[in-house]
Design a protein around this ligand. Sequence first.
Ligand SMILES: [Zn+2]
Length: 315
Amino acid sequence: MSLSSRIYFPPLGLLCFISLTSSWSYLEPGGTIDWSSKNNTCDETFQSPIDIITSEAIDKRFPPFHMEHYSTTADGARIVNNGHTVEVHLNQSPAPTLSGGGLDGIYTAVQFHFHWGSSDNYGSEHFLDGNSFPMEMHIVHYSQKYPNISEALTKKNGLAVLAIFFEVTNCNNTEFQCIIKKLPSLRNPGFPTRVYCNLLKLLPKNFDDFFRYSGSLTTPPCSESVVWTVYPKAVKISSWQINQLRTQLIRIYDGDRTVLVNNFRGLQSRNNRRIYKSIIDSGATLPRQFSQLVFLLVMILSVANLELFSSAGVI
Ligand SMILES: [Zn+2]
């Protein structure tokens, strides 16, 4: 996830170039590994993203999420190319809020953004069973226990992030067009503009089946303050749509202008963290559950046959 809460969004009509200075980049010579040389936290124990191994996750059924104002048209929301990603700031009233789902209290949504690769083979930050996805969306919330996101990110569980994978198909995702149609005006970093998206419709249909673990921001300062919710069921996006992201945005590093792609951090060690899965019937796990059921039935029938043959004196 990326935090750029220091960006100032002027009122509409006063939109102007905003100087975005950043102390980090995905293009540093040492890659994202080099971030720890300037931010000690990036080298700590409970970092993100991670590879989530379904078979090692602990079953735990969390209560359903409760989302408020997610479907409200985001009047007041602004979208910007911040030089690291395309990001939507939800400075609207009333703010979308998230509770339930095993979270401690109510969290306010402040922004969402994306990580993507230069091909369909990679791009997501989290992996699932060793597999990456071409894109991942992060919806960033902070706990209402704290007055603002800056203070929340210094606290354990101060932030809650929903992570949504995307997979590529031939059909456009009509809900994602709110982002795509803004890209031509976001080519250069730092020009925010108004956007209208229905956040609820960017989520997987079943948002109560998920993985849960404690981790960090995936960009400096890498604060270990995040309750992660990772959805196993990917949202679909077309090849044309993801290629708009790969080709229309520019970033500047060391004086060079390049297309904004591969804006994801490498995998971090799980370090014996507990990863929970709260999944009943997700399509992502259905085949495995189905195969287990078939195996059980075969075993029962085999035993029944053995007893039948045995009682008939065949064996
Ligand atoms: Zn992110």
